[in-house]
Design a protein around this ligand. Sequence first.
Ligand code: SF4
Length: 210
Amino acid sequence: MGIEETFRVIEIFESLQGEGANTGMPVVFLRLAGCNLACPWCDTDQSKFEMLTANQVIEQITAFNVKAVIVTGGEPTIHTGLEEVLTRLKGRGYWLGLETNGMERPPLTWVGLFDYVAVSPKAMFSPLYDDDQMIGEADEVRIVVDGDVGEFCREIRNRIKAAYYFLSPCERGGEFNIKETIELLGQLNAGHRSGRWLLSLQTHKLAGFR
Ligand code: SF4
């Protein structure tokens, strides 16, 4: 018998989706450790995790009543063996969402397993986003305004096809750069009769929950 595959899990908890088009949706978050980027304002402590088997992950998720899971990180797409967990949850009727930085397309074994994909490309790593590797389609794109990201937003809008495009204020030390974000929304939406870019607030942080 081979060694059972394990996953680096930071936490599994029930909450409400705090950002993007699904804000307010009750979900269980599966937060995995490890990322292929290193954003200076990252709020995930990648060093604290436990190794869980697929059975343990599923046991913890199904202990909650909510039948929706958002897989987040860290960066989930680096956890290539996760399809077993995803397939088993899907088989039990779970809605599955993925949060990714979009630098690498999800593994082919994940195709058709996610009901919703949110991509948050990071402007400071724009040279690493390669059309041959990066995700090209998603349900929503969310870009954090961590500087002058206008050009990056215009570029990403052409490179990732999505139903929604959001700007998200950057939080540093409890402060959000909301004014800068709204001004950039104004620039990106100028000349368009409807808002092509929308605002996404990290409402979970504003409301003080996880
Ligand atoms: S991509 Fe996300 S998880 Fe990775 S370092 Fe940046 S903020 Fe953190």
